[in-house]
Design a protein. Structure first.
Length: 256
């Protein structure tokens, strides 16, 4: 069971420093745990940034490592793009773009990742994964949408649209939480929407009543799962969000 704890961590939005983020007591992630001795599968967590860098990245990596230790999968975390080769990527059941921003792979590395997905592997995008690689059309089709803008961090109600999926079945509905709520350039198409945010419950939404914040789909031979949530460090000590993220990882890795 994930332990309860209180964390105080820095969280930033835009270029102006935000007040220190103090997380409420939740059933969140404890200190890092050892990797499982005989992991069922392995994932790559990639958090390189060449644009805005989220202060939540260290907490996010730790949370995924703990999820792995508790759920029998191994986690390799890196910001080194040279791991994007056919041989290296073949070791992983899924690749997580964890709050990446900007141009993070060169054309050779992009081609290797495309081959990886076409071979039947999985992709997980978290939050600013949609604020990444604007000139790589294949990547944004894989992810499903492209970041456009966001209002200030604030509380809103998330409505779970599909309650039967691994990443949603444990969630409260509605799910009231605080995050940075992304607007996208267009609504995703050809995806199964898992959750939407109710724009009536916060200020600054621009997508209308069907404003999606998480979805999944089969794409180009592989599987892609995305959540627009996960800006704040507190997200990674929030039990429902960790359940959401874990379910997405398991689905993308092809684990029922």
């Amino acid at each position: 069971m994930l332990a309860s704890f209180v964390a105080a961590v820095a969280c930033h939005s835009g270029a102006i420093a935000a007040p220190a983020e103090v997380c409420p007591v939740t059933s969140g992630a404890p200190a890092p745990a050892a990797a499982p001795a005989h992991a069922a599968f392995r994932i790559l967590v990639f958090s390189r940034t060449t644009g805005f860098r989220h202060a939540s990245i260290p907490a996010a990596i730790t949370a995924v490592e703990v999820l792995g230790s508790l759920n029998n999968f191994a986690v390799d975390a890196t910001e080194d793009p040279t791991v994007f080769t056919d041989a290296d990527l073949a070791r992983f059941a899924a690749v997580v773009f964890l709050n990446t921003t900007g141009d993070v792979l060169d054309s050779t590395q992009q081609a290797a990742f495309e081959r990886y997905v076409r071979a039947g592997h999985g992709f997980v995008g978290v939050h600013s994964a949609s604020d990444t690689e604007y000139d790589w059309a294949w990547y944004h089709a894989l992810l499903g949408a492209t970041f456009d803008s966001h209002p200030a961090i604030q509380q809103a109600s998330v409505i779970v649209v599909d309650t039967g999926q691994q990443s949603t079945r444990a969630l409260p509905n509605p799910w009231v939480r605080t995050d940075e709520w992304y607007n996208f350039r267009a609504l995703p198409t050809g995806v199964s929407v898992l959750a939407r945010v109710d724009e009536a419950t916060y200020a600054g939404g621009k997508m209308g009543v069907e404003h999606p914040v998480s979805w999944q789909h089969a794409y180009d031979g592989g599987r892609a799962w995305y959540t627009a949530m996960g800006h704040t460090a507190c997200s990674y000590s929030e039990r429902p969000f960790l359940d959401h993220l874990l379910g997405g990882i398991m689905w993308a890795a092809g684990i029922p």
